[in-house]
Design a protein around this ligand. Structure first.
Ligand code: ZN
Length: 142
């Protein structure tokens, strides 16, 4: 196996070692659990949505560095976003990780590092877990 692009790997390890947005929210909140059985990754997302905007987001859980780094990046990226913006970002990131699109990779900041995962099909589910979990969480928003 080829190593991840070094820069991408550094960004992922940085988020893994110093996760942003790790923790839990006080109620009221939406909680959604996600599980990736192929690797044993677990993500629990807490969201607070107010006036159509993600006001606060936290995650906890355990798993490999890619799954936890991806969740850390997610909390940074969707904080303050409208629901429409969050949905668009989910699609963009899923496309990026699966190698379906590069989109506007320069605008993605640290999230661009997730593109490095596409070389490793078995790890794609690790990288997408947090984003699928967010997708499910947003379905709970009435
Ligand atoms: Zn994993």
């Amino acid at each position: 196996m080829m190593p991840l692009n070094e820069l991408y790997q550094e960004i992922i390890l940085d988020h893994y070692r110093q996760p942003r947005g790790r923790g839990e929210l006080e109620p009221p909140k939406i909680t959604q659990e996600g599980f990736n059985p192929s690797c044993g990754d677990e993500i629990i997302l807490d969201l607070r949505v107010r006036d159509g905007r993600i006001e606060a987001v936290r995650f906890h859980g355990r798993g490999c560095s890619i799954s936890q780094a991806s969740a850390s990046m997610l909390t940074e990226a969707v904080q303050g976003k409208t629901l429409a913006e969050a949905h668009a970002l989910i699609q963009q990131v899923l496309g990026l990780v699966k190698g379906e699109t590069d989109g506007d990779i320069d605008s993605l900041g640290d999230l661009a590092a997730l593109a490095g995962v596409r070389q490793f099909p078995v790890r794609v589910k690790c990288a997408t877990l947090a984003w699928h979990t967010l997708e499910e969480a947003l379905k709970q928003v009435s």
